[in-house]
Ligand binder design. Structure first.
Ligand SMILES: [Zn+2]
Length: 267
């Protein structure tokens, strides 16, 4: 029996992909990670779709959610307090979820100056808990509230909710809602603008745990590609974007991104 290097167990194709990913990241000026539910799933956060998904088990959410909020914000806030019990399972999973090695690898890449920005579709705050600084949350953050007029955000914890719906203490005109983007709600302009500007500067985009089939996220990799940038996919399963990618790491981010960090540190 021969002892093998730990990398040897990954399989040659995967090892090559990790090498190539590290080389591409190292050769790029402005690297952006586009992150989806797959990375959160590795931390035990339940996904919404699929057989074990929350929507499958608890029926699809109300597609008129945002419309109802606009019609009657007070009622929406009252329902929000009631709903907390219906989604206890999700709340519990989110409460106990901790960042996985994939989140920490992204933080390391940022600290090393190899990653300039994270665009995430996840609302679970795990990037911030891991220590990442430059993060744009397309779908908001479950631990925050946001003014619908000026987009100012506050931590949910400690925000006064004596009067419903709460008014914005900043612009005084807007109503405050949960930061999480609802069905039918436009992506907050400031977040969308940041994503567009990041995609313009980006010459290498990491696609992590996302099939990027939902707009606007679906457009960012295509923009990067069409302006001459490169794409690296990190996903255990193929996606519609796979064929556009220069490098495909067909494995979970938590197992492979730390190896990419190692390679970059050694180079
Ligand atoms: Zn405001």
């Amino acid at each position: 029996m021969t002892l093998r290097e730990p990398e040897g167990e990954l399989g040659e194709a995967l090892e090559r992909a990790i090498d190539e990913a590290a080389r591409l990241i190292g050769a790029s000026r402005h690297v952006v990670a586009l992150v989806g539910a797959g990375l959160s799933a590795e931390s035990g956060v339940p996904t919404f779709r699929g057989p074990e998904g929350l929507w499958t088990k608890h029926r699809e959410p109300d597609l008129r959610d945002y419309e109802r909020f606009v019609e009657d914000p007070k009622r929406w806030w009252e329902l929000r307090q009631e709903r907390a019990s219906r989604f206890a399972e999700l709340a519990q999973a989110l409460e106990t979820a901790v960042p996985n090695p994939g989140h920490f690898a992204l933080r390391d890449l940022e600290e090393m100056g190899r990653l300039q920005h994270i665009i995430t579709q996840n609302i679970d705050n795990l990037h911030q808990i891991a220590g990442s600084q430059a993060v744009t949350e397309i779908h908001g953050n479950r631990t925050k509230l946001r003014c619908v007029v000026c987009n100012h955000r506050w931590p949910l914890e400690g925000f006064p909710l004596d009067e419903l719906p709460p008014k914005c203490p900043d612009c005084k005109s807007g109503i405050v809602k949960g930061d999480t983007v609802m069905f039918g709600e436009p992506i907050p302009r400031d977040a969308l603008d940041e994503c567009i500007s990041q995609s313009r500067m980006c010459d290498c985009m990491l696609l992590i745990g996302t099939s990027a089939v939902v707009y606007p996220a679906a457009g960012f990799p295509v923009d990067v590609k069409s302006s001459g940038g490169t794409l690296i996919e990190v996903n255990p399963t193929p996606t519609p974007l796979t064929e556009l990618c220069e490098v495909v790491i067909r494995a979970p981010a938590g197992e492979t991104l730390p190896l990419v960090v190692q390679k970059l540190r050694a180079s």
